[in-house]
Design a protein around this ligand. Structure first.
Ligand code: DHB
Length: 537
């Protein structure tokens, strides 16, 4: 599980779970009382070897707090629990993480349930079941690499979820481990997911369960200020794909009262659930607009089978996207209002050409010449890559998903399941697919519009939520057709338009789940949080 984790010496206390379950050991922290008071003595001391982002190995001694239930009235503790890892010694030198930033690394993938309860160390979060998501395209939602996971057990069984990121060399990237070796505190929360069903056949992990759980985890950490190691006002959230969407949602929806009744029902701590910064890799978000966006972006591309998608459906959705894009009223320097008419050029100039330029500039002269010879659509001049949107689309090739990409007509997508409720496994969540299958005047069930909002960071950005994160790290690979590149572009631009600090970049030729600059992310955390590492004593 944890790379090279060696069994540590058990310290005082037992596992946090039993300490918590005993209903309060008399400890009281500000905001957290009784069962939700963090017991700082209930850790196991572990030693592990972590390879940092530069490839150097370090021995890290850390305190591991395992499977702490973060609400007083859990529906399923297996998912509603978190692990905390606190570095105490790196390469034999004492580390004081008292004021360190806290990385809240979720391991959600495919909007599936994720659990850390069985993890034996940092970075061991697991997503049960196969990777989810993929709609009618049916392709796997896991990174398209053969790299084997350092955590998780491969296909079929339990897989690592949001931890399943790969760098440009195809090696696994685990942000929890990297944060720990950087000297940060790492909190790994589990969360309910869409496939959970109880013995009565009731789905109990569909929307908005996962975001409610992650918010409850944030509240738990913040309620334990002064007790839990690290700076609880410097929580940086991270996640990939569905986990990236939830990380963006945590960032955008901080302290929104819209979740209050759900949080109360779980017995979440009475504290702020705002996070300081949000790191979001290939977020599968803005779901109710994602079918339209997908056709606008990838509509002309064939499926990997070689067949074209339904032209009528693709065209209708793509046409509808123009209205949506206009409604966002986004502005970009040099482009004015970004509409469906100039969005292609905006993406090319803002993301795609800079991405290709960075990639090509880093190659040796001969490797660059080879790449350019194989990709003649790129003009390389004066150290800069230029090309057209149409040629870029051809370069990406097969689209991953059939149309509609998310709200599948036959209710087969992961997102249909995400919006299931009660004993209903899956529902439509767009009028387009609902009416395509039913009457032309069909309406969404009454509970859905509100739940759809609760799953979409764009809703809270449009409302200029004042308690949102003001610092954003947003990444996606240019070959990632799990969703439209406009989803990422619009998320970043809408935040920029609010004046937030946004570091957004696309990895050239990167597939779904790419994370090619994890060391930069660690440095960015120090920069935005203002953290200066101090060694103890
Ligand atoms: C994920 C991928 C998808 O294509 C999707 O629709 C939802 C989630 C994922 O990898 O988490």
């Amino acid at each position: 599980m944890g790379i090279g984790a060696t069994a540590g010496v058990a310290a005082a206390g037992g596992f946090a779970l039993s300490a918590q379950a005993s209903g309060g050991s008399g400890a009281r922290a500000s905001g957290a009382s009784g069962a939700l008071a963090f017991d700082k003595d209930a850790y196991t001391e572990l030693t592990t070897t972590i390879t940092d982002a530069a490839g150097d190995k370090h021995e890290v001694k850390y305190h591991f707090y395992k499977a702490i239930t973060y609400v007083t009235k859990p529906v399923d503790e297996k998912y509603q629990s978190l692990n905390v890892s606190v570095p105490v010694e790196i390469d034999g030198k004492a580390v004081d993480a008292t004021g360190a930033p806290i990385l809240l690394a979720n391991s959600v993938g495919g909007y599936m349930p994720s659990s850390v309860a069985e993890a034996t160390g940092v970075g061991g979060g697991e997503m049960t079941g196969g990777p989810g998501g993929g709609a009618t395209g049916g392709a796997s939602a896991s990174p398209s690499t053969s790299a084997s996971a350092s955590s998780g057990t491969g296909t079929g069984g339990v897989q690592s979820g949001g931890n399943a990121m790969v760098n440009a060399q195809g090696e696994m990237v685990n942000l929890g481990k990297l944060a720990l070796v950087t000297g940060y505190v790492v909190v790994e929360p589990g969360a309910r997911g869409r496939t959970l069903v109880d013995s009565d056949g009731t789905y109990y992990g569909t929307a908005p369960a996962a975001i409610v759980d992650l918010k409850a985890a944030v509240r738990y950490v913040r309620a334990n200020k002064g007790r839990i190691p690290g700076n609880t006002d410097r929580i940086v959230s991270s996640g990939t794909s569905a986990g990236g969407a939830l990380s963006a949602l945590l960032g955008a929806s901080g302290d929104s009262p819209l979740y209050d009744t759900y949080l109360k029902e779980l017995g979440a701590a009475d504290a702020s659930d705002a996070v300081f910064a949000s790191g979001d890799w290939c977020p599968i978000t803005d779901l109710e607009h994602a079918d339209m966006a997908y056709e606008w972006n990838w509509g002309a591309n064939k499926l990997s089978s070689g067949s074209l998608v339904d032209r009528t459906v693709s065209k209708e959705l793509s046409t509808a996207f123009a209205d949506y894009q206009a409604s966002l009223k986004l502005r970009a320097k040099g482009f004015g209002t970004v509409t469906a008419r100039n969005l292609d050029e905006y993406l090319v100039k803002t993301y795609l050409e800079p991405s290709a330029t960075k990639y090509l500039a880093a190659l040796s002269d001969s490797a660059r010449a080879t790449y350019l010879a194989a990709n003649t659509f790129i003009t390389w001049s004066g150290g800069k890559a230029t090309f057209s949107w149409a040629d870029f689309l051809t370069h990406v090739g097969a689209r991953k998903k059939d149309t509609p990409a998310f709200d599948a007509f036959d209710l087969s997508s992961g997102e249909n399941n995400l919006f299931g409720t009660g004993t209903t496994k899956a529902r439509h969540f767009t009028l387009y697919s609902l009416r395509h299958e039913g009457s032309a005047s069909a309406r969404l069930p009454g509970d859905l519009p509100g739940k759809i909002d609760l799953m979409n960071p764009m809703h809270f950005i449009a409302k200029r939520n004042p308690a949102r994160s003001k610092h954003w790290w947003i990444r996606v690979g240019t070959k990632d057709s799990d969703t439209s590149l406009t989803v990422v572009g619009n998320l970043a631009l809408s935040l920029e338009n609010l004046g937030d600090d946004v570091d957004a970049f696309m990895y050239w030729d990167g597939a779904h789940g790419s994370n090619e600059d994890p060391a930069d992310f660690m440095a960015w955390i120090a920069k935005v949080t203002g953290y200066k590492k101090r060694s103890a004593k």
